[in-house]
Design a protein around this ligand. Structure first.
Ligand code: EAX
Length: 323
């Protein structure tokens, strides 16, 4: 009797000990540097998951495309060889076609508009679309409004873009739009872009200020134009099976951690946008910050007509008119 009790007690204690010590490690990656708006997103997420799960889950963070570019990371998450990724929506349409609509140029008036759409019913409906494709999309975050850089000339009008060879994301909406400007498009994964710019394989690229700054593109690009031609959302994606395995409270912890990551990520985008132009000018870039955006919008009229057919005018208007 005593012995059984002892054995039971011991077993119980050991059980509690193993539970207390059990720690599951998961991986999350970004394609840009740690010292960036995206680094803030995943570092915050990692810290918050650990805190909110009492250390039972540890998130290992990888930067600079160490685990691959964005498309590769999303693919790895879908397959389950990597649990988590933080990515722009660039390559997302290859996995979740419904997300494509967010990449339409000049769709959002400003960051406040984009954030409201993503955090409101439209954004939440889109997050749910990831479920059927093997993902749990935890939260929308932000990459920022994209601007064009190149090594050839100042871009003030859409005509100045004609014939420029530019790296684009692996995104069909972007590619169609940039072709509409007369740009020669070269889709490429982000980790290859710096070298491609340096070696002159392409003349230019387009990215938000936080990416241009953190990737040090000022070292290989002379001209920056604040075209703000498209808003670039970002998001936290998780392998669906890995998410489904979590206890209910842990699921909420992961979602809340992603939301906190998104909050600080957006704050960092605001900071970078506020000081970015002065920073990049100080580093030697010529920055055109007073271009006439309406000319760029007009140049895309034929492409936009096609987008209205593809996505449905009502769906685009629902986003455009969201308050
Ligand atoms: O997500 O590929 C891109 O240009 C992205 O904007 C970049 O990797 C940050």
């Amino acid at each position: 009797m005593q012995l059984t009790k002892l054995a039971l007690g011991l077993g119980l204690a050991m059980g509690i000990m193993t539970t207390a010590l059990a720690q599951t490690t998961m991986r999350i990656s970004i394609s840009v540097a740690q010292n960036s708006h995206q680094g803030v997103a995943i570092d915050t997420f990692a810290k918050e998951v650990e805190k909110r799960t009492g250390g039972r889950y540890k998130i290992q963070t990888f930067y600079n495309g160490a685990l691959g570019g964005e498309r590769e990371s999303i693919e790895a998450v879908q397959l389950g060889t990597q649990e988590l990724a933080f990515s722009s929506t660039g390559p997302v349409p290859n996995f979740v076609p419904e997300a494509k609509i967010l990449d339409v140029p000049f769709l959002f008036r400003d960051k406040a508009h984009a954030r409201a759409v993503l955090d409101g019913p439209i954004g939440q409906e889109l997050l749910a679309k990831f479920d059927a494709k093997g993902f749990k999309a935890l939260a929308w975050a932000e990459n920022g409004f994209r601007h064009m850089t190149n090594s050839k000339r100042d871009v003030r009008t859409p005509e100045d873009l004609k014939g420029l060879k530019m790296r684009t994301m692996e995104n069909p909406v972007h590619i169609a739009a940039y072709k509409g400007f007369g740009i020669i498009t070269t889709p490429m994964a982000f980790p290859e872009v710096f070298t491609a710019l340096q070696q002159g394989t392409v003349d230019g690229q387009e990215n938000p200020l936080p990416v241009i700054i953190s990737a040090k593109f000022d070292q290989v690009q002379k001209h920056l134009s604040l075209t703000g031609h498209v808003y670039s959302p970002a998001l936290f994606v998780m392998n669906k099976a890995a998410f489904d395995k979590l206890a209910a409270a842990d699921k909420q912890a992961f979602i809340d951690a992603a939301k906190e990551g998104a909050r600080l990520n957006r704050a960092r985008v605001d900071e970078d946008d506020a000081k970015g132009v002065a920073d990049l000018r100080a580093k030697g870039m010529t920055v055109i910050d007073d271009l006439d955006k309406s000319k760029f919008i007009a140049a895309l009229a034929p492409v936009n007509a096609q987008f209205e057919k593809d996505f449905g005018k009502a769906n685009l208007d629902r986003i455009r008119n969201y308050k």
